[in-house]
Ligand binder design. Structure first.
Ligand code: NAP
Ligand code: ZN
Length: 349
């Protein structure tokens, strides 16, 4: 066992605090990573504060992990000690169901193992990236090919990046397509950057007029304040794809109205309570689709990381020490984050 410093929530109501966990000694197929940076996803907040129910405590959140390989098992062939590595939301899956065989481990029919709060098949809890080190099966570790000084901004690619990349690719965002990104937070700002980099015409839909200039700087061709009915009316029936990243329940009708015939709105935001059901006529008259999408597979995550490394794409971050985490959660709950908090893990050592 490797004794590891971490930060944990002990229950839904008290602040996160220092906590020691044990990591397994690396097995033949394992990679041990010394964590340098870990992004702070809204899912961490949902889980730490048990907003989704079902949180196992103690809970060590964190699934946007970058670091350096410090040890490898005897059968590891793709990583060497000293290399940079990334780990996202999953650390294992069954490996033999149809989804796993197709490289869509996030849809594992036997349930993937989450990086945290994801009991391993033996039944133990898993602990995430708010910690010094992590031991992960090689097949769930990605290569990081960005310049080393960009590393803190790479961490959020492991969740916010892949969660927006996967639906953008699935619904073929690219030249000639109009894509709307709803919500400019961690996921949304990566959605804007990636949809722009893929060549789509991008519109940001935000409830925060003060984020307009940032939306344009990040790559949006247009910014629409979604609470302004006149602005929304001008955008109706124009979009091939709407990527909805909002972390709270809200009325979907106004957003579905943005879709052209056969357009799709995919939900990636995962609010603790359901959205009110949208009007059926809004869907049937234009054969619109309402869909969902969950993170992305490991092969696709590597593709996205390499795409971003080649183009110098990283997340816009605010680097924080680990003892700021509860303030960061409170600010994120108020949409006050530009645009991802990332923990400097040196602050834990
Ligand atoms: P975030 O940084 O807090 O961003 C969410 C954004 O949504 C906010 O910045 C805000 O943007 C908008 N928003 C918040 N409350 C709103 C409200 N009441 N009405 C309208 N807009 C609102 O969160 P995140 O880390 O990007 O995560 C977003 C959601 O995705 C979370 O629920 C998270 O759990 C989920 N998630 C899902 C997956 C998946 O695989 N599907 C993966 C990761 C995360 P504006 O100020 O621009 O309006
Ligand atoms: Zn996440």
């Amino acid at each position: 066992m490797i004794r590891t410093k971490a930060y944990a929530a002990q229950n839904a109501n008290s602040p996160l605090a220092p906590f020691e966990i044990g990591r397994r000694d690396p097995g033949p197929e394992d990679v041990q990573i010394r964590i340098l940076y870990c992004g702070v996803c809204h899912s961490d907040l949902h889980a730490a504060r048990s907003e989704w129910q079902g949180t196992l405590y103690p809970c060590v959140p964190g699934h946007e992990i970058v670091g350096r390989v410090v040890a490898i098992g005897g059968k590891v062939s793709r990583f060497k000690v000293g290399e940079l590595a990334g780990v996202g939301c999953m650390v294992d899956s069954c490996g033999h169901c149809a989804s796993c065989r197709e490289g869509e481990e996030q849809y594992c029919e036997n349930g993937f193992t989450g990086t945290y709060n994801g009991p391993v098949f033996g039944g133990e809890n898993t602990y995430g990236g708010y910690s010094e080190t992590i031991v992960v099966k090689e097949s769930f570790v990605c290569h990081v090919r960005h310049d080393e000084q960009a590393l803190a901004g790479v961490a959020p690619l492991l969740c916010a990046g892949i969660t927006t990349w996967s639906p953008l690719r699935h619904w073929q965002a690219g030249p000639g397509k109009r894509v709307g990104i709803v919500g400019l937070g961690g996921l949304g700002h990566m959605g804007v950057k990636l949809a722009h980099a893929l060549g789509a015409h991008v519109t940001l839909f935000t409830t925060s007029p003060a984020k307009t200039a940032d939306g344009e700087r990040l790559g949006a061709d247009e910014v629409c304040v979604s609470t302004d009915q006149d602005q929304m009316a001008r955008q109706a029936n124009r979009y091939d794809l709407i990527l909805n990243t909002v972390a709270a329940p809200h009325d979907l009708n106004g957003l579905l109205n943005l879709l052209k015939r056969d357009g799709t709105m995919t939900l990636v935001g995962a609010p603790p309570a359901p959205h009110p059901s949208p009007g059926v006529f809004n869907l049937i008259f234009k054969r619109r689709r309402l869909a969902g999408s969950l993170i992305g597979g490991i092969r696709e995550t590597q593709e996205m990381l390499d795409f971003c490394a080649e183009r110098g794409i990283v997340s816009d971050i605010e680097l924080i020490p680990i003892d700021y985490i509860d303030r960061a959660y409170d600010r994120m709950a108020k949409s006050d984050v530009r645009y991802r908090f990332v923990i400097d893990m040196a602050s834990l050592r």
